[in-house]
Design a protein around this ligand. Structure first.
Ligand code: TRP
Length: 333
């Protein structure tokens, strides 16, 4: 039996960080055993809010691909492909825009939140407003039925399925499958400053490529419990970034439960919990950093991986585009 198709994507706006690892990359390592997995380097989508800096979007194609390979994504098992070089995605996007209203795009909670976060006001790039239709094109072009996304992106999958149902209803048959959003149980990692979101642009992330010194100083600077002034005082675990990261990365849950209990009781300093976290992160990231540095010495190889993956993805997405056009009964030469 064919394996289910899974699609994930990352905007190429900066190197990936440990939040991506906890929430997504670790799962993708497992998915490549059980699913037919496509990883989309979403440079076109990155442009929807970075049109002023195409150089950044271009440079980070290689950076994100290096991150994929460094954590152990295997190009023989997973297909790494470049969005801007898959013309069927752009063509399906244009087609889908006829099956969605501006009002619906404006009501999409993901878009609403992101417009607010970016301070666009009324000056919203049209490409940005329409990116849910483009993401629907990404998902359906691969006929992905499983789409792991952060909680904040779940409304995009809902909107994808609305478009799928409209296309299928117009076509009179189920040419496109609906997709299911898979939200990682781990939830989102906060930034090292305690802000809700770790982000490439926010300066509050630990990159997968971080040096040992960068890891050390990030952990030292980490937000803990501002009321925990003396070691003997009881400390708060909730909202404490060090514990949020330990929850995500500590391989010893019993030891961690014990540590939390001691912290809550009082008598355990921030230095101790930070030392434990630092050791765990150093151990996790050292081999990734070494592999990444090794791969970075041969950028031609990375480009070749992307080229081959994109060629495979081009066939797949073009086949779907033709099916959709035929199913809708459009004129064909
Ligand atoms: N929106 C995703 C992000 O912000 C990137 C992305 C583009 C994506 N196309 C996708 C994710 C298709 C899943 C499926 O990182």
């Amino acid at each position: 039996m064919d394996k289910p198709v899974i699609l994930t994507g990352d905007r190429t706006t900066g190197p990936l960080h440990i939040g991506h690892y906890a929430g997504s990359l670790a799962n993708r390592l497992r998915y490549q055993q059980t699913h037919e997995q496509f990883l989309l380097l979403a440079d076109t989508q990155a442009l929807t809010d970075n049109a002023h800096d195409p150089g950044k979007v271009r440079r980070n194609v290689i950076e994100v691909a290096l991150d994929y390979l460094a954590v152990g994504i295997d190009p023989a098992r997973s297909t790494i492909c470049l969005q801007s070089h898959l013309p069927a995605l752009a063509e399906l996007s244009m087609l889908y825009l006829n099956f969605v209203t501006v009002a619906r795009l404006e009501r999409n909670p993901t878009i609403k939140d992101e417009i607010r976060a970016r301070g666009f006001g009324r000056d919203i790039p049209a490409g940005f407003l329409c990116y849910p239709a483009a993401q629907a094109a990404d998902i359906t072009a691969f006929k992905a039925t499983v789409v792991p996304v952060g909680e904040d992106q779940a409304p995009l999958i809902e909107q994808t399925n609305e478009i799928v149902r409209r296309i299928n209803a117009t076509a009179g048959n189920a040419v496109l499958p609906e997709a299911q959003a898979v939200i990682p149980a781990a939830g989102r990692l906060p930034g090292i400053d305690g802000k809700a979101k770790m982000s490439k642009s926010g300066g509050n992330a630990i990159a997968l490529s971080a040096s040992a010194d960068q890891i050390r100083s990030a952990v030292r600077a980490m937000f803990t419990d501002p009321d925990h002034l003396r070691i003997k005082d009881p400390g708060r675990v909730e909202g404490n970034v060090v514990f949020a990261y330990l929850d995500a990365f500590d391989p010893d849950p019993d030891g961690l439960a014990e540590l939390k209990a001691r912290y809550r009781r009082g008598g355990l300093g921030d230095g101790a919990i930070k030392a434990r976290l630092e050791e765990i992160l150093q151990t996790l990231l050292a081999p990734i950093r070494a592999r990444r540095a090794q791969l970075a010495t041969d950028p031609g190889h990375v480009v070749e991986v992307i080229r081959q993956g994109t060629a495979r993805a081009r066939e797949r997405t073009e086949a779907t585009r033709q099916e959709v056009v035929a199913a809708l009964g459009l004129f064909q030469l």
